[in-house]
Design a protein around this ligand. Structure first.
Ligand SMILES: [Zn+2]
Ligand SMILES: [Zn+2]
Length: 667
């Protein structure tokens, strides 16, 4: 179906269409629609079906010799030029195929576009009212003013302040300014931080609900939001990383809250870092962007040092008074299987008698990370992954936290047939719960992990229970570390502060620091003095001393120094290649062939291939390469050249080659 007047005389012209297929190229189509220009959203025949695409360019001369198919349907949407530039930039940087990036921009299934074509949709227009009952402090006003002054200019701001210093009010104030200018704003938040509390605050401030964009939003709402941003309606979109790709017509401000958060890095399939890409988006649109955090990423800190990012520091009115007292407990003297040290137990007891709340933090779900047979040493391994199964005692199950494989804990050992011979090794939160119940039998205890917090409603229920003092002791994984304010919570016990430090990740210290800083920040605030008990086998580790003494910037300086010495990010650039497949030999052979074909370049070092630390996941064997360069944008052309080597056979069968620029996972 064509939207042209059939009586009108028209000649066919050829256009290059970028489809949503995973290709890094455009395809030639013809059209009679004389008005078709770059950015037009279309449906085109592709193989046996029709797929979405966008007109990428108009061919000057119809030089294409092969059979040229007509565009199937011209849809009533035109992507703005900045969106097209953004697609190109993201693809070029991340090496995600252009078509796959376009798919993230179009974001909806073809049927939704056809629905709108058939029957244009009336879109709700948000009505604002601005509430100014919250008074900003002088430093908040100054920070907000700086952002507002930066309008229509590309300036990356780093809004740096502890939890409770009022970062949100600063950026909401800047958003008000955008709305008054009939502009659009985008707030990226880690999904877990997008709570009712946050939304209520937004509603109070602006009198309307923002457009939400994340995995739980209905297709209908997404369809409306997609059209609203394209139609230049003054809206505020709040969402997880994928919201970044929406085709905003008049984007005037981007906020990346909790900018250090790992969830901004897409770890699966198409690897990209939403914070970094958001900065690019802001640059292409020539608008300010605000990266907010109490513990900015080292990359961000180094960009401040280089003068690329502009810091806005909030000290907070009460920040000094409410820093928690941190006690480091040396666990080396503890007897085995004693997860709660004497100082921690004393502190919990004190806290309970004061009618205050305790958070015990352990970043490990389940009962025990390893289960083995006392008789023969049999260990329960995942059949599809090279990891141990985690025991979940409540459910009587063993599960794999990588692929979800689950089995019941058998009554006898599968190897030696001994009954009741299993020993649980190491603690998970369930085991801590067991120990706490034994020591504090009358306390009201709640375990909180992603198992319990699977829906927003479940999250809200637990938050309400904490606030209404229906819980004395919370035992949780990192999901509790973010964004909630609990006035009665005065004690935080970090059960195994060393946990994140193992495992060969160059960001291990940084992540541990950020996590401990945030978890510690749960203790106290307002009038009550907070306490943190940090249990470790490395009591002299400089990282823990920095946490204890609240010397964040010392830790950063030291960590940056080490990264520099090793030429690691932010002082060098990395990329990873993972070759994976169902057959071990084929994967190894392919990886080794790939290694032989690596181009030579002075500024790129190729390490590997080696079997990945996680040598097998979901039945797929994995080999890794790590590429290093001291030069920006040197790895991308190198990888392109390498992976398109004429002697390299395309990966076939189950073998897949995945490229990750700026990797965050090294497993
Ligand atoms: Zn056995
Ligand atoms: Zn598994």
């Amino acid at each position: 179906m064509l939207l042209t007047d059939s009586n009108q005389f028209s000649t066919k012209m050829q256009v290059q269409v970028l489809t949503t297929g995973p290709f890094d190229q455009t395809f030639t189509y013809s059209t009679e629609g004389a008005g078709v220009t770059r950015g037009q959203v279309v449906m085109v025949p592709f193989g046996r079906r029709e797929i979405l695409g966008v007109v990428w360019s108009i061919s000057e001369n119809s030089t294409f010799e092969g059979t040229v198919k007509d565009i199937g349907t011209i849809l009533p949407f035109q992507l703005p030029e900045t969106s097209l530039d953004f697609i190109y930039w993201v693809a070029n940087y991340t090496l995600i195929p252009l078509g796959s990036v376009l798919k993230m921009v179009l974001a909806l299934p073809p049927a939704e576009f056809l629905k709108v074509l058939k029957k244009p949709e009336e879109l709700p227009t948000p009505a604002y009212s601005f509430d100014h009952t919250v008074t900003l402090s002088v430093e908040q006003q100054q920070a907000s003013y700086a952002i507002i002054q930066g309008a229509k200019t590309f300036i990356p701001f780093v809004l740096d302040g502890v939890t409770g210093s009022g970062k949100t009010e600063v950026y909401l104030n800047a958003i008000e300014h955008v709305l008054k200018n009939q502009g659009q704003a985008l707030v990226l938040l880690p999904e877990i931080a997008l709570t009712n509390e946050w939304l209520e605050r937004f509603k109070r401030r602006f009198g309307f609900e923002p457009q939400l964009w994340h995995s739980n939003v209905t297709v209908k709402n997404k369809r409306q939001t997609w059209q609203q941003v394209l139609k230049d309606q003054p809206v505020v979109v709040v969402g997880a990383r994928s919201a970044l790709f929406l085709p905003f017509q008049n984007l005037q401000l981007i906020i990346v809250d909790e900018e250090h958060d790992d969830s901004y890095k897409q770890q699966e399939q198409n690897h990209y870092h939403a914070r970094d890409m958001a900065v690019v988006r802001a640059r292409l649109s020539e608008i300010p962007i605000v990266l907010a955090s109490a513990t900015p990423a080292l990359e961000t800190m180094s960009n401040i040092d280089k003068g690329k990012y502009h810091p806005l520091i909030l000290k907070g009115r009460f920040a000094e008074a409410t820093l928690p007292l941190v006690e480091i407990v040396d666990m080396r003297g503890q007897s085995r299987n004693q997860w709660l040290s004497a100082p921690l137990v004393t502190n919990i007891r004190q806290c309970l008698s004061n009618q205050e709340q305790v958070l015990l933090f352990l970043n490990r779900r389940g009962y025990a990370p390893l289960t083995l047979c006392r008789g023969c040493g049999h260990r329960f391994l995942c059949p599809g992954c090279s990891v141990w199964l985690v025991q979940h005692k409540h459910k009587g199950q063993l599960s794999c936290h990588h692929c979800g494989f689950t089995q019941n804990l058998p009554p006898v050992c599968p190897t030696c047939q001994t009954e009741d011979s299993f020993v649980a090794c190491g603690p998970g939160v369930e085991r801590i719960e067991e120990a706490v119940r034994k020591t504090f039998p009358s306390a009201r205890i709640q375990v909180v992990t992603s198992d319990q917090l699977s829906t927003p409603k479940a999250i809200q229920t637990i938050i309400d229970d904490i606030k209404n003092f229906k819980i004395d002791i919370l035992i949780g994984t990192q999901v509790l570390a973010k964004g909630h304010h609990f006035p009665l919570l005065t004690l935080v016990g970090i059960l195994d502060a060393d946990l994140g430090l193992n495992g060969g990740d160059l960001r291990a210290s940084e992540k541990t620091y950020q996590l401990l800083h945030q978890v510690s920040g749960r203790a106290g605030r307002e009038q009550k003095q907070g306490r943190v008990v940090l249990q470790t086998y490395h009591p002299d580790h400089p990282l823990f001393l920095s946490v204890q003494n609240h010397r964040r910037d010392d830790f950063y300086a030291c960590e940056l120094h080490q990264r520099q010495a090793q030429q690691f990010p932010p002082y060098g650039y990395l990329a990873a290649i993972v070759v994976s497949g169902l057959d071990e030999m084929t994967v190894e052979r392919y990886a080794k062939t790939l290694a032989r074909l690596a181009p030579n370049a002075d500024n790129v070092t190729v390490l590997g291939p080696v079997p990945a630390p996680l040598a097998r996941v979901k039945s797929r064997y994995r080999w890794r390469f790590l590429l290093k360069s001291s030069q920006a944008m040197a790895l991308q052309p190198f990888l392109k050249l390498w992976l398109s080597h004429p002697s390299l056979k395309k990966a076939t069968g189950s073998v897949r080659v995945s490229v990750d620029i700026d990797p965050y996972s090294f497993m």
